[in-house]
Design a protein around this ligand. Structure first.
Ligand code: UT7
Length: 399
């Protein structure tokens, strides 16, 4: 098991010092879904616990939602984007194979000193990304990292498949990690994968040998749709949550009773009920908000984390477990000790807004500069050709 106990020899700890979420305003209720596929509010609520989900408008994307969540998290952390060393965006619905959504967000934020990449581990992606960022901080290599989970699942759903389209929604959540010598923060991480279950849940992409030409012809614009064997994924999820949370607690050096909250991936209320039974804990120990957002894949844990904090369910010093599971198959758990954090005072909202306006202007100027230089490069050889032609004509006239 790829488990990490951070209480090793490192003098550094990775604390969560900022958090935030962003969801589209557009609400789609179960009744709205029933107008598209043969289902009902009654069935969806009884079998999943979901009542409504948010759906991105045409002007929203994984990166725009991720950017908004990141800005909230940075404000909470009282940090400017220029202070970030690393940005990881966990997503299964990036706008592009590359450039990454993380790079787009890096540019829009003006985080000009940060490395940026997307991480693909489906609904476990946020916990995976948190571990990668925390380990970079614990190693002493970096001081600040932004970890985002962002999805526009509505764009990859097969809206004719009632077994999947009723479940998912769009949204983003983010946290900021900071290096400190004070004990606490991300204490442990358990990352697992079983690729033999890869066929149970997925979204084929450009390199897939399974994407038939017929499928592309049906929907040439967005050929890549999600497929899932719901029942099998359900069984897998209920099997792995208990073990990985226990392992993450052991690695963090705490017992299950010491947990103040478990923030699970928000897939299905019945999965959460089964996990509570498997762990022998009260269901109230689990944070649940899937009734309002559905399954937002890699975004569900950071969204639930930010809401739990806003609801006063997490206090400084509390031990909080997170557990994700999904495509890959992958699953992951982490234990975090919540950090005491004073309200930010270094940068007021006007200065922050100014920094965003400046970075947006800088980004536009850089884009124009790159286009101009591309154009010049095209024009230059043309000029050379014209010059050679002129000389040849002059020469032939002289002859
Ligand atoms: O984020 C990644 C992880 N994903 C998950 O964790 C999802 C895990 N799976 C699930 O949450 C559940 O398997 C589902 C919610 C997807 C399905 O629930 P289920 O209780 O496993 O239903 P089922 O697929 O076994 O279907 C039971 C019945 C079937 O009808 P028959 O054959 O018994 O007559 C389905 O055709 O329910 C029918 N059904 C529906 N009926 C109304 C399936 N989907 C629907 C629907 N509305 N949307």
């Amino acid at each position: 098991m790829a488990a990490t106990n951070f209480n090793g020899s490192s003098p550094y700890y990775a604390h969560i010092v900022g958090w935030g979420l962003a969801v589209p305003d557009n609400v789609m209720t179960n009744d709205d879904v029933s107008a598209i596929v043969d289902t009902s509010d009654e069935w969806i609520v009884a079998r999943t616990g979901i009542r409504e989900r948010r759906i991105a408008t045409e002007r929203e994307s994984t990166s725009t939602l991720g950017l908004k969540a990141a800005q909230v998290a940075l404000e909470k952390a009282d940090l400017l984007p220029i202070e970030l060393d690393l940005i990881i965006c966990a997503t299964s619905t990036p706008e592009n194979i590359f450039p990454s959504s993380a790079s787009l967000i890096q540019d829009w934020l003006g985080a000009s000193k940060a490395g940026a990449f997307d991480l693909s581990a489906a609904c476990s992606g946020f916990v995976y990304a948190l571990q990668m960022a925390a380990q970079s901080i614990r190693s002493g290599a970096i001081s600040h990292a932004l970890v985002i989970g962002s999805e526009t699942m509505s764009r990859v759903l097969n809206w004719q498949d009632r077994g999947t389209c009723i479940l998912f929604g769009d949204g983003a959540g983010a946290v900021v990690l900071e290096r400190s010598t004070e004990p606490g923060g991300v204490l442990s991480g358990v990352l697992r994968s079983d690729g033999s279950g890869g066929d149970l849940l997925g979204i084929p992409s450009v390199g897939s040998i399974d994407v038939s030409l017929a499928q592309i012809a049906v929907d040439g614009h967005r050929p890549y749709k999600m497929h899932m064997s719901g029942g099998e994924v359900f069984k897998f999820a209920t099997r792995v949550i208990g073990d990985s949370v226990r392992q993450a607690c052991t690695d963090a050096g705490i017992t299950l009773d010491e947990l103040a909250l478990i923030v699970p991936h928000q897939a299905n209320l019945r999965i959460i009920d089964a996990a509570a039974r498997a762990l022998g804990v009260n269901k109230s120990l689990f944070m649940c908000n899937l009734d309002r957002y559905g399954n937002t894949s890699s975004a569900s844990i950071p969204i639930a984390l930010a809401e739990a904090e806003a609801q006063g369910r997490i206090k400084p010093g509390d031990y909080v477990a997170m557990v994700g599971f999904g495509g890959g198959l992958t699953w992951a758990a982490a234990v975090v000790q919540w950090t005491e954090r004073q309200a930010g005072t270094r940068f007021g909202t006007p200065r922050r807004q100014f920094s965003y306006t400046l970075s947006s202007a800088r980004s536009t100027a850089r884009r124009i500069g790159k286009r101009y230089s591309e154009l010049l490069n095209r024009v230059r050889p043309e000029r050379g050709r014209m010059e050679r032609l002129r000389r040849r004509i002059e020469k032939s006239e002289l002859e």
